[in-house]
Design a protein around this ligand. Structure first.
Ligand code: FES
Ligand code: FES
Length: 157
């Protein structure tokens, strides 16, 4: 037993009891089996653990579960399955925006949050949004090309 937290997770109500300081990342991966959310640094630096909390991008490694009580969490699994996800993921693959893939779920969550707010972001805006998502493989160019293609913007060479 422990403290009770109730929250919406990808549209479903979750009631959890246990350590109120457990990290949201661990609750997602170990208790909810939502392993799309990755652990990289564990210190809020890499963005691999990115999820949406009430629509805002957060690092789930830094969020104690007590802070999620009464709120809504969306993970990459909750964002997958719609047309927007299919379009973005196929362009990320086509443009080489996915290599090792460790960063990719976090990048996808960040990009979806951006595109929900700004359906035609500039290159600078995309770069700015991705500042908290480290990708050591693609150099970001593939990711930037994929977003440019998605929004019908000509990317400079
Ligand atoms: S694992 Fe959370 S920011 Fe790196
Ligand atoms: S694809 Fe490898 S870190 Fe991003």
């Amino acid at each position: 037993m422990g403290e009770r937290s109730t929250f919406l997770l990808n549209g479903e109500e979750v009631v959890r009891e246990g350590d109120p300081m457990a990290r949201l990342l661990d609750v997602l991966r170990e208790q909810r089996r939502l392993t799309g959310t990755k652990e990289g640094c564990g210190e809020g630096e890499c963005g691999s653990c990115t999820v949406l909390l009430d629509g805002e991008v957060v690092c789930s490694c830094l969020v104690p579960i007590v802070q999620v009580d009464g709120r809504e969490v969306r993970t990459v699994e909750g964002l997958a399955g719609d047309e927007a996800h299919a379009a973005l993921s196929s362009l990320l693959v086509r443009e080489g925006g996915v290599q090792c893939g460790a960063c990719t779920p976090g990048v996808v969550v960040t990009l979806r949050a951006l595109l929900e707010r700004d359906p035609r972001p500039t290159r600078a805006r995309v770069r700015e949004a991705l500042a908290g998502n480290l990708c050591r493989c693609t150099g970001y160019e593939g990711i930037l090309r994929a977003v440019a293609a998605l929004v019908g913007r000509k990317e400079r060479p």
